[in-house]
Design a protein around this ligand. Structure first.
Ligand code: RP5
Length: 164
């Protein structure tokens, strides 16, 4: 099974990455985590992307805030699928990072999830790996079924809760 490669632009992005790692651990997936910045350590970020496939990585998650070029810079140096997580910064509620991550030029795609959406990034990474892995696909289906059950339980009790 291929690993998920996780990169964040700063260790201040760690709370978002922890949400992704939690999901990967629940799904029993292998991963490696790094701090590489498109701006502060561009050489290391590029080298990570260039060697990711040879290092057993099948999909990359890249999280960054503010002028968030990390996912795009990684995607420029690999044809592995890259999932971008825009991280909320001190201003603009993450809109700056969202637009910086999602608005890629034609030819270099980044699959961007919502602001701070570490869990969805991990689930999308798992779904990509599950294309060639029926056991993982089954785990993902079971997870969705459990989520649906939880919602239906809430539905069963919502009238009474609405009356309080
Ligand atoms: C980005 O700048 C990082 O991804 C982080 O979200 C933001 C702030 O970084 P620090 O100044 O907290 O290291 O490159």
């Amino acid at each position: 099974m291929k690993k998920v490669g996780i990169v964040m632009g700063s260790d201040s992005d760690l709370p978002v990455i922890q949400k992704a790692v939690k999901v990967l651990r629940e799904l029993d997936l292998s991963y490696e985590v790094h701090v590489f910045s498109a701006h502060r350590t561009p050489v290391e970020a590029r080298d990570f992307a260039l060697h990711a496939r040879d290092n057993g990585i099948g999909v990359i998650i890249a999280a960054a805030g503010m002028a968030a070029h990390l996912a795009g810079a990684i995607a420029a140096n690999t044809t592995l699928p890259v999932i971008g997580i825009p991280c909320k910064g001190p201003v603009l509620d993450g809109l700056d990072a969202l637009l910086s991550t999602v608005q890629m030029p034609s030819g270099i795609p980044v699959a961007t999830v919502g602001v701070n959406s570490g869990a969805n990034a991990a689930l999308l990474a798992a779904q990509i790996l599950a294309v060639e892995d029926p056991v993982l696909a089954h785990s993902l289906m079971a997870r969705r079924a459990a989520e649906a059950s939880a919602v239906l339980e809430k539905d069963a009790g919502i009238t009474a809760r609405a009356e309080c």
